[in-house]
Ligand binder design. Sequence first.
Ligand code: FAD
Ligand code: NAI
Length: 466
Amino acid sequence: MEYDVIMIGSGPGGYTGAIRCAQLGLKTAIIEKYPALGGTCLNVGCIPSKALLDSSEHYYNAAHSFAEHGIKLADLQVDLAQMIKRKQEVVDATTKGINFLMKKNKIDEIHGVGSFVDPHTIKITKEDGSEQTIKGKNIIIATGSKPLSFPSMPIDKKRVITSTEALKLTEIPKHLIVIGAGVIGAELGSVYARLGAKVSFVEFADSMIPTMDKTLGKELQKVVKKLGADFYFSHKVTKVENTGDEVVVSVDTPKGEQITLTGDYCLVSVGRRPYTDGLNLEAAGVKVDNRGRVEVDNHLRTNVPHIYALGDVIRGAMLAHKAEEEGTFIAETIVGQKPHIHYRLIPGVVYTWPEVASVGLTEEEVKQEGLPYKVGSFPFKALGRARASMDIDGLVKVLAHKETDEILGVHMIGARAADMIAEAVTAMEFRASAEDVTRMSHAHPTYTEAFKEACLAATDNRAINM
Ligand code: FAD
Ligand code: NAI
């Protein structure tokens, strides 16, 4: 065989796994169908969305809170073209960094669509139509996901768009209708609401980010409402139509009435689907499940033992850091190590402002599992640091086992929650009790004190500053 490992796909799962394979002495090739490495996350996902979230938040603060800080601005304007250009520069610099890492680790980078010829052979069809065939002892499927859409809401990429187009609009929508108030809806809806668009969320479930702890959805709704957004919860979209200059969205209300919403753009953010198009999995005999996900066992092996899969194309959360863990896991498994991933402790973050972050069981899950539990929560408005920076929205909620005090879940919405959740992950990885966290010194004044205070609240209601 020419290669010990062939990685198909260069997203965070693919490139991280390829690097770990190379570090472990495996001769590795990585195949990517697009000219740029980095997959969804670096090109049209995590990185560009965070660049626009940061830029739009700067604008929003300049327009709405600088005056209170004692900073006067005149003639403030949004330069959307520059905002999108900067976003692209961040993306380009980041993806070039991956090219550098491939070279540094002596990983062969091949661009083109990879497809199975047989269980050990991959054909790569390049942009110019030429073909190359390579053989590998082990093959890793890391082909990620694509936006989901339904026949009732056909994506035309002009007015009815996915996150990919929403990251490169040439004008600020007047009225953006967002179908699905999940993670993408919340993040990209916030971007355009901050820049002045009217944003309406139409959501099947009864809250924003409905899969997270219910408290977070309620709190997030309050802050997004301040941006002027409207919410249509428990509403069902029946039709989306681009009429030229407008998009008309037909919706069934919970009472069974029919209403229409008219906007200039409609963002369809109803989830993502695993992507295996063109892989020719049949030639290798690799099975997919009834949702199109490549089936894997606990070692991330498919039904063909030397073929593995990871990230968005398999079961579990569609998150970059989950895919990265799995890339490392497979590399270490191939060389005979015994790696471990604690799936319950993979944090989830929504990069609105304030940020939303969560790890472990939600209160709804704790109840479902019938665990005896107690809750401690602490509001950001009681924190000195939050008052100093004017970031008083949000709270930290800690769920701990009623008898053992072990932390079962931590759910936060507040300034820098995305970074703060790492402390909760560490604590839970070491099976800390809420009491353990209260015994650790937290620098003052910091946002992290909210976590300590919530842990104090969870242990005999001992929060100090509330
Ligand atoms: P991907 O990143 O999807 O990469 C798969 C790669 O495989 C692609 O480059 C694709 O071109 C390539 N490929 C597919 N088929 C073939 C083939 N046959 N031959 C060759 N190459 C092929 N997650 C977070 O954790 N944090 C965030 O902040 C975050 N923000 C996001 C924002 C948006 C707008 C979106 C859409 C997603 C976001 N995500 C975020 C999710 C994150 O992007 C994904 O979970 C992550 O990219 C999955 O990584 P992956 O390696 O499984 O696949
Ligand atoms: P999502 O699963 O987060 O949200 C989709 C929402 O659409 C859900 O609330 C669902 O109830 C709703 N929905 C589904 N069908 C609907 C319909 N017909 N009408 C109205 N509402 C409907 O999916 P989203 O936001 O598209 O994101 C896809 C994936 O990308 C997520 O799994 C997420 O993990 C990942 N992602 C992660 C980010 C992060 O980590 N910060 C940022 C963006 C995306």
